[in-house]
Design a protein around this ligand. Structure first.
Ligand SMILES: Cc1cc2nc3c(=O)[nH]c(=O)nc-3n(C[C@H](O)[C@H](O)[C@H](O)COP(=O)(O)OP(=O)(O)OC[C@H]3O[C@@H](n4cnc5c(N)ncnc54)[C@H](O)[C@@H]3O)c2cc1C
Length: 440
């Protein structure tokens, strides 16, 4: 099934920014593609993100020594981190794995892998939006990181060192230059860092819908169905069991965001994917426009001007219970900080949202063929940068389907770095026991 036969039946499960981008790109290459989602396109995590095409995001979530900061981060009133205590039995081993893997050598390797995945993100997004007739939704911008305390900036020196080592252009701004660059911010920010070469979408959910509508317009098929199970067929292909029918595919692309791990179990893979919930607050008539995408570095909150208003988004709330009710304290925190940091913001009619980032313990997504079934390709687990990486991920997946060399080295994203419990299906349909993976 590795041939580039355009007649083969391809099914993409998940119509978030990743799945829709993949489906569209495969269609551009001449394949017949069916896209399945229980919701309309772009209604889950891809709806509510901060809209930043963040080419500079390359720093692992967990760094050497992060565990020492966790109690302080959890106790801080406006800290970026929260943990659902009831999920601790699952989360503790997850954090332990992540912390063990966070050696200085590994941090550099993860940085290099993410940099390679993101470096062309703006170009890939602009090309995708142009081809799908929605280029008004994507634009170039700078990303301005701001600090209230000099000590906090000094503490982040390793993060900035890593970015410099990876060749990023970083401009340090004084408090005065910072105010000039972004007059809408409150006084009192001591340090700024301006990163050029970024992008943003003016409507994250709208972008997914526009791409999906272009896909449909060009004879792509979208089915609104709940996928109940996935299983590999004896000889070739994959069965996708939905609430209404069982669909057979020659190639399956699994791009179901945070729900991917549950579905992958049926294919013999045990991915340690957790929900890292984030929140946003949207001000419909903000009365001001931000010139740059902004990162409030201490709280790790992003702010961005969008077509429907001004959005402040962020926080990392780890849980295994994706459907848990939104945490009112996190929303109050967003409101408090938006008021403090953007003082002239018109705060009438705010709207709140919560969504789950799909996060793996080494901060890297899974992009590649299943070692158990070569007819399955995984494309999920992009954590904080799924919007950023989506267009490039689509180029990678479409190259894999076509039997071409992917545009970047995808070894760091290989599925087999995680454990499997299934059977490897050989080329003639014979099976052998699989091995356990590691973070490597
Ligand atoms: C607050 C916040 C701010 C963020 N800011 C940014 C940012 O500025 N830049 C950036 O790059 N990233 C950002 N992100 C991360 C980004 O939003 C995610 O990485 C990205 O949306 C993940 O996309 P996805 O397509 O993998 O998943 P999703 O958008 O969650 O899509 C998965 C789809 O699969 C479908 N699905 C799942 N299971 C099934 C099933 N069984 N049957 C049928 N359908 C199914 C779901 O309905 C859903 O539509 C942010 C995230 C949050 C929470």
């Amino acid at each position: 099934m590795l041939g580039s036969g355009k007649g083969k039946k391809i099914v993409v499960v998940g119509a978030g920014i990743v799945g829709v981008s993949v489906a569209r790109r495969l269609q551009e290459k001449g394949y017949q593609v069916t896209l399945i989602d229980r919701l309309s396109p772009g209604e889950a995590c891809s709806h509510g993100n901060a809209g930043v095409i963040s080419t500079s995001s390359c720093v692992p979530q967990i760094l050497p020594g992060t565990w020492k900061q966790v109690p302080g981060l959890l106790l801080a009133r406006d800290g970026p981190l929260a943990v659902d205590w009831r999920s601790l039995p699952t989360l503790l081993p997850w954090f332990a794995t992540a912390q063990r893997a966070a050696t200085p050598n590994r941090v550099m390797k993860v940085g290099q892998a993410l940099h390679a995945l993101h470096v062309k993100a703006v170009e890939d997004h602009l090309a995708q939006a142009e081809a799908a007739n929605c280029k008004q939704l994507v634009q170039r911008c700078n990303y301005l990181h701001v600090y209230r305390r000099k000590e906090a900036y000094a503490k982040d020196c390793n993060v900035w060192k890593l970015r410099r080592e990876l060749g990023m252009s970083i401009e340090e701004l004084s408090a005065g230059e910072l105010r000039e660059a972004e007059p809408a911010l409150a006084a009192g920010f001591t340090n700024g860092v301006l990163l050029s070469g970024h992008g943003r979408t003016l409507d994250p959910g709208g972008l997914v819908k526009a791409l999906a509508s272009d896909f449909e317009h060009r004879q792509g098929r979208i089915l609104q169905r709940e996928v109940r199970a996935l299983s590999q067929n004896a000889e070739r292909g994959v069965s996708i069991v939905t609430e209404e029918e069982t669909i057979n595919a020659d190639t399956l692309v699994l791009a179901a965001g945070v729900w991917s791990a549950q579905l992958a179990l049926g294919l013999g893979h045990a991915f340690p994917l957790v929900a890292e919930r984030g929140y946003h607050i949207m001000y419909a008539e903000p009365g001001i426009t931000l010139h740059n995408a902004i990162m409030f570095a201490e709280e790790k909150l992003a702010a961005n001007s969008m077509a429907q208003g001004l959005r402040v988004a962020g926080t990392a709330e780890f849980t295994t219970n994706i459907d848990k009710a939104p945490n009112g304290r996190r929303i109050a925190m967003l409101e408090r900080l938006a008021t403090r940091y953007i003082p002239n913001l018109n705060r009438t009619r705010p709207r709140h949202w919560v969504g789950s980032r799909p996060t793996l313990p080494d901060t890297l997504p899974v992009i590649g063929r299943s070692q158990l079934n070569r007819d399955v390709i995984f494309a999920f687990g992009h954590g904080h940068t799924g919007l950023t990486a989506s267009a490039t991920t689509a180029n990678i997946v479409s190259a894999l389907v076509a039997g071409e060399e992917p545009p970047i080295n995808i070894h760091p994203f290989r599925p087999e770095r995680f454990a499997t419990h299934g059977l490897i299906r050989g080329s003639k349909g014979d099976s052998v026991e699989s091995h356990a993976g590691n973070l490597g």
